[in-house]
Design a binder for this molecule. Sequence first.
Ligand SMILES: [Fe+2]
Ligand SMILES: [Fe+2]
Length: 356
Amino acid sequence: MRAGTLVLYTDQPARRADLRLALQQIAPCAVLDAAAMPPSGPCLALVADLDLLQPSPLVGLRTLIAETPALPRVFLMRSMGERSLSAARSLGARLCLPMDTPAETVVEALRAQLSPPAPKRGPDQRAAGAPLIVQAADQAGAVIAKLLDAARGSGTVDATLVDRSLDPILGAIGQGGLTAWLDTVRAYDDATYQHCLLVAGLAATFAIDLGFSAADRQQLVRAALVHDVGKAKIPLEILNKAGPLDPAERAVMREHAVLGHEILVRAGGFDDAVLAVVRHHHELLDGSGYPDGLAGDAIDDIVRLITVCDVYAALVERRPYRAPMPAAEALKILKGMDGKLDAALVRAFERSVAGS
Ligand SMILES: [Fe+2]
Ligand SMILES: [Fe+2]
């Protein structure tokens, strides 16, 4: 049994007893109605079994989250639709499960958040960096959510919003290390958020290890965060398809590079290097990429850097239908793409990933 209280916010009278009983395997559990304020003592974790789209402002839940931003949390969702998921993310959700998830699975999900895997090296590294990592990941996740929502809706993407998350990411990676970052952001259940955060973490690590200036580090992370903003315009049934895309779906998916470029040009505030990354991060040195079939020197260095991070992230990310690929295997695939990816950059990236 752990010190502190688990908080279960619920509007489901029929389920609260079962959930409470299961959660008490971890720690004493306070069961609260949507309108109730959180308990005064230390809280260990939160389970929100609430309709997040209800008119109630959920003041108690928001107070608890504001007071303890790094609190482990699981959201049980009435719907996995975009509006509900967006509401959950605005509350810092990193794990959203369907409302009929068995209580034991909820307990296991919470245990995983409460006992994250140990770092590969540097025993003090994670302890020093973990809260920073969680906070920076939450902040960057919220930025990506707002970015995609804006791109999907009004199209007014705010460059200054993106910039506010650059230093927290670089600081968290610098202190907590890449492994802890990858472990943390893999808990995001939304594939696009998870992917953008993985690419941002890889880009931050790469920029730090390559000895980039502060301005260049920020530039690379900025480009990484927004590189797939065009996915906001891709139909969700294609974007979130649980399995390989057919050729027609792949053609639609490929439009995200041009769409993202258009969104950022229209929004303003993004420089040429970032715009080039968004449009060209799927170009390959041998000219076989898209959308413009660029080859060799026509592909800028910053684009090549993000492309390496992007390909690697796509291999190691967690998807519901497959396990993440081990780092060694993913690096082998990258090295096998000689002629398509910049071989010198891949070697440097391997050293960076292996050393983190
Ligand atoms: Fe992409
Ligand atoms: Fe990507």
